[in-house]
Design a protein around this ligand. Structure first.
Ligand code: MF3
Ligand code: CO
Length: 267
């Protein structure tokens, strides 16, 4: 069942989404070689609790950590651990919060130091594809219009692998609500979009094959060929002429640019 939100509820959801943005901004400020993903987890959880919210992933379907930190060939749901990040790594940080009963859930991929140009391009194009999808999140379009736009910009244009097994989703009082938002599909297919539907749109795009597998820990999703994967996620509200983006990359990007340990040369 699809839940449409009132303007008041959308205002609450924006606060939740922006708390995640602020948390990811803290990550952007602090990230450097030598930092561990467990330190990212602690930083995020502390920041969120200090802002009277709850990290929503913890214990969700038994997930054992506060955030997902997915390094290099990890697509999503990577467990934070005590391995130090190093120059040349990319890491997606995915975080969910519950604030005043409403969920925020979004993600950003950071580049630490020097990486191949093909990795820079994958990061750039994946982020662009998220915005291509968001452009289609307007009333009277269909979910398939969003899906098609993302697939077109990544798989068709650049030959990247679009992960099939994981999808975006509705967001609200629950972390995962209807409808599903695949990152592949046909124009004009799927549920029709109506105003005030809130979606988490989240392309997961692989440099090589689209095929993935789940690690023995039951969570960590990795690329079959061991090549890198990138993940960006925004929370957006469907509107008549232009989607309203509830989360905010501008503060993350400003912090990223100010941190000389992070590579922003793809901008
Ligand atoms: N952003 C992911 C999603 O929307 C995170 C879920 S991970 C979990 O599905 F730990 F919460 F399961
Ligand atoms: Co999500």
């Amino acid at each position: 069942m699809i839940f449409y939100k009132t303007e008041a509820e959308i205002a609450f959801m924006k606060e939740a989404a922006q708390l995640v943005s602020k948390t990811l901004t803290e990550v952007a400020k602090n990230l450097k070689p030598g930092m561990t993903t467990m330190q990212i987890d602690t930083l995020c959880a502390t920041f969120v609790r200090d802002h009277k919210a709850i990290p929503s992933f913890y214990k969700y379907n038994g997930y054992p950590h506060n955030v997902c930190t997915s390094v290099n060939d990890v697509v999503v749901h990577g467990f934070p651990n005590n391995i130090e990040l190093k120059d040349g790594d990319i890491v997606s940080v995915d975080m969910g919060v519950i604030l005043n009963g409403w969920h925020g859930d979004h993600a950003y991929t950071f580049i630490i130091g020097e990486v191949d140009v093909e990795v820079l391009q994958l990061v750039k194009i994946t982020k662009q594809s998220l915005y291509k999808g968001i452009e289609k999140a307007i009333a009277n379009n269909r979910i398939g219009d969003i899906s098609f736009a993302i697939q077109e910009h990544t798989e068709k244009k650049y030959g990247y692998g679009v992960v099939r097994e994981l999808v975006g989703h509705g967001l609200g009082r629950n972390l995962h609500e209807d409808p599903q938002v695949p990152n592949y599909g046909k124009r004009g297919n799927g549920p029709k979009l109506k105003e005030n539907l809130v979606l988490a749109i989240e392309p997961m795009i692989n440099l090589g094959t689209k095929d993935v597998y789940t690690d023995r820990d039951g969570w960590t999703v990795k690329t079959q060929d061991g090549k890198v994967s990138v993940h960006f996620e925004h929370d957006v509200c469907v509107k008549k002429d232009k989607a309203l983006i509830l989360s905010d990359y501008s503060i993350i990007e400003a912090a990223e640019k100010a941190n000389s340990n992070l590579n922003t040369s793809y901008y």
